[in-house]
Design a protein around this ligand. Structure first.
Ligand code: HEC
Length: 250
């Protein structure tokens, strides 16, 4: 028995240790919590997504009419600022790219309806800030989060250019490992936005993409909160009811 317990403890320790070893070798993401009730941010995100991303990426599970209703955008504004590929509000977001795009990038830009769910908001938030100059790549850019990315740095005018420096390569004696995940960037040229404004821009786009991944999230959460409040009230009432029923018996 003692033997078995010992083995169990050892296996558990092993799992825990390798688990944390895995986490160490992964690139660190900047954590981002989507603000699902920040309508203004999601509105800006929708506008910016349409302007900078929808040229290449579709969001085939999201219709313009749904965005308008959820993000409180009037139809005329929707048509003027968001709809470039169609004039029917019932249409989903299609990309403007012809089928030949695969030859341009080596990969068809994927549909982004669900990417906030498959990759997670922190991944997107970090990805959009992690393009850096790399002469070895065909487009002259690479990305620390998606090494060898086929996507050009479409936001360079806003962010400016940056290069990668391994900031703790000299500090620790860990060599390759420090190079791999101890990445930092150094600005090479300024973009039209300040670093803070650029972070806000990326946060807005990420909020919008998180919304796109689950348009009903805000309703789901607010219904959930109401249900919990209702149940708590009911608990209080039933408690007093129980006291009332049992009063004469005790
Ligand atoms: C010029 C075309 C183009 C534009 C514009 C563009 N992308 Fe991309 N994007 C690509 C291509 C091509 C890939 C595939 C990269 C790969 O897998 O190597 C990609 C990949 C991605 C991915 C990774 C998807 C995955 O799960 O692998 C995300 C996220 C993404 N793009 C977001 C954006 C956002 C947000 C914008 C707007 C700010 C944008 N893209 C604008 C071409 C584009």
């Amino acid at each position: 028995m003692k033997h078995m317990l010992m083995r169990f403890a050892l296996t558990l320790a092993g799992v825990l240790l390798t688990g944390s070893a895995f986490a160490n070798s992964e690139l660190e993401l900047q954590s981002f919590r989507p603000e699902y009730s920040n309508i203004a941010s999601m509105q800006r995100g929708a506008r910016d997504y349409m302007a900078y991303c929808s040229g290449c990426h579709s969001m085939k599970y999201l219709r313009f009419s749904r965005i308008a209703a959820d993000l409180q955008i009037p139809e005329d504004e929707l048509k003027a600022n968001l709809m470039f590929t169609t004039d029917k509000v019932g249409e989903p977001i299609k990309s403007a790219l012809p089928a030949a795009s695969e030859q341009w990038f080596g990969r068809v830009p994927p549909d982004l309806s669900l990417v906030a769910r498959s990759r997670g908001p922190s991944w997107i938030y970090t990805y959009l800030q992690s393009f850096y100059l790399d002469e070895t790549r065909p487009l002259g850019v690479n990305n620390t989060v998606l090494p060898g990315a086929a996507m050009p740095n479409v936001l360079w005018e806003l962010q400016g250019w940056q290069k990668k420096v391994a900031h703790d390569a000299a500090a620790g004696g860990e060599g390759a490992k420090a190079e791999h995940h101890g990445t930092a960037f150094e600005s090479v040229s300024q973009g039209s936005l300040s670093p803070e404004e650029y972070k806000q821009f990326v946060a807005d786009v990420t909020n919008f993409m998180d919304y796109a991944g689950e348009p009903g999230k805000r309703d789901r959460i607010s219904t959930g909160i109401k249900v919990i409040i209702y149940l708590v009230l009911l608990l209080v009432l039933t408690y007093f009811l129980k006291k009332e029923f049992w009063r004469d018996i005790h």
